[in-house]
Design a binder for this molecule. Sequence first.
Ligand SMILES: Nc1ncnc2c1ncn2[C@@H]1O[C@H](COP(=O)(O)OP(=O)(O)OP(=O)(O)O)[C@@H](O)[C@H]1O
Ligand SMILES: [Mg+2]
Length: 250
Amino acid sequence: MKVIAITGKGGTGKTAVAGMLIKHITKGNKALLAIDADPDSNLPDVLGVKIDKTIGDMREFMLQERDKMPPDTNKERVLESKVYEVLTEMPHYDLLVMGRPEGSGCYCFANNLLRGIMDRILKNYDLTIIDTAAGLEHLSRRIIRDVDELLVVTDGSRRGLQTAERIRGLAVSLNLNVKKMHVIANKVTPENRARIEEYARELKMDLVGVVPFDETLARFDLEGRPLAELPEDSAAMRGVGEIAKRMGLY
Ligand SMILES: Nc1ncnc2c1ncn2[C@@H]1O[C@H](COP(=O)(O)OP(=O)(O)OP(=O)(O)O)[C@@H](O)[C@H]1O
Ligand SMILES: [Mg+2]
């Protein structure tokens, strides 16, 4: 059971990388769970999967209904079955969407239950890939408690790599127990590749791979086509494939 969270600055390509990574991992035979932890969720679109309900909807349901339930109801069991209802089963992986954040009510009760439920669900899989919103703060609510590895997606700039360094510090201060952190430079052009590799060395970052800027990907995105359907020989798909192999993910 390994949990990898994909993080980084806004717009660097976290979701695109997550989608392509998931596509490669499904070539192996790992039991795979994909989690979209961005409230503004778009991993389902990148994967070409339609989603009806989210964990957030189920949390709202519990808050609305819990006072109407008979006092001897096992509320954790009720919520757990609701969470399984929103788990989308694809042929080669399962997908969970966390959905919107809490409103103004008191959500401690539901979140406390969710923590235990998520711990148990994650145990059913060899590998969990989490696409997150920019930054790591939202993980601090700690519904997903243990992240083994952080995969920081950065664009090909020095600032992007400095953000990666900030994220490293944030992970420590949030006590996320992260065992490893890798950096992926995305949207890399032939002109800036060498410089990025040099910056990464200077900052002592484990640059696990670079993903080229890919015109085909940009076109798919513009046309609203799922990036997971990119041809295997497209530059970005190949770049992410090498990374997946290097990380032993399939
Ligand atoms: N390798 C690439 N080549 C070309 N375009 C790319 C590449 N990777 C990502 N993009 C484009 O960059 C934009 C942002 O990508 P994406 O949504 O994956 O970023 P994100 O980090 O998940 O953003 P957010 O912080 O909003 O969640 C998209 O338009 C996407 O198509
Ligand atoms: Mg995203």
